[in-house]
Design a binder for this molecule. Sequence first.
Ligand SMILES: *Cc1c(COP(=O)(O)O)cnc(C)c1O
Length: 379
Amino acid sequence: MPSIDNFVTNKMDELKKSSLLRTLQTTFRTDNVYIERNGTRLISFSCNDYLGLSQNSEVKKSSIEAIEKYGSGSGASRLITGNNPLYDEVEKKLATLKSTEDAIVFGSGYLTNIGVIPALAGKDDLIIADKLIHACLIDGIKLSGAKFFRFNHNSIEKCEELLKKHRNNHKNCLIITDGIFSMDGDAAPIDDLYNLAEKYDAWLMTDDAHGLGVLNNGIGSSPNKKPHIQMGTLSKAVGVYGGYVCTSQKVADYLRNSARSFIYSTALPPAVLAAAAKALDIIANDSELIEKPLNNARLFTKLLGLPTAQSSIVPIIIGDEDKAIEASRQLEQDGFLVSAIRPPTVPKGTARLRFTFSALHKAKDIEKLAEAIKKHGLI
Ligand SMILES: *Cc1c(COP(=O)(O)O)cnc(C)c1O
């Protein structure tokens, strides 16, 4: 066997043994909140398309028109010839929604984080982050080469301890948190973190992938204080693809000149930008739609006696990886798609079912789901 095959076979065996092997499954997202897998139709509680905008007819129409007008691909990176006029439109809408001076659209949320963090922090600098931040923030931090410490989840005290101990030994300091934590659904204490950033001359960066379009009339998870860097994605509530940063004019101009994932990656296809622009219009204007995902998540937590949902994400912690997979299978037999989330996405011993709620779920769907969870004794 060639040594590369030997290497990967051993790696795969290890994953299998610890119930951590992942496999792709062909999935048809057809209409509304339904998906089809292996010929079976399931109601999905695992999509991040919180407002159903990926299926919205106006959004789809905007994409089609953009393809007709500009073609399928963008041709080059933004700094060469890929800077389609739709970029300007999307960035203005984002800056308006978040009340920031400027916004920059990147290829994806992942590309945003691995570009922005190394542009702002290097080996002489300090990064302090919540223990549960998203994996792509960690990748951005690793790329930056900055000294990195983590504080206990949502603990302002622990964050301040780290600042007290380490801030003075470094040039610049970046504090990083998710606005809404992607696997737990809880909110970060952004205003308190902002105050700490001010006190210790640090900059606050938030990842609001799950807040935009869902919380605070669509603005996202930080309606009061304005973190210095607010990043997010166009792939969740916005229903399309792409990442963004909302920030000051000066920081934005600098990032356009220094974030490597912005400079050295091809611009988004025009169809994606046109769809995002339309979806952002809907988010800015349809306050009734925006309220629905959170209300649906709260109906679910109420039915099961769980703590009130703070976002459209609700986890039920199972613990053991095999049991989490089995729980997901049981719900699938009842017609629900609910993904089991395992390490390393979540800490060891906290494998879970992760439920996401959409504006398009009906109360009766959520009631049936809650019944199934009780029936299987998952709570
Ligand atoms: C999904 C997600 C990202 C990555 O965004 P993509 O646009 O999918 O690359 C970043 N941060 C968080 C918290 C996310 O949930």
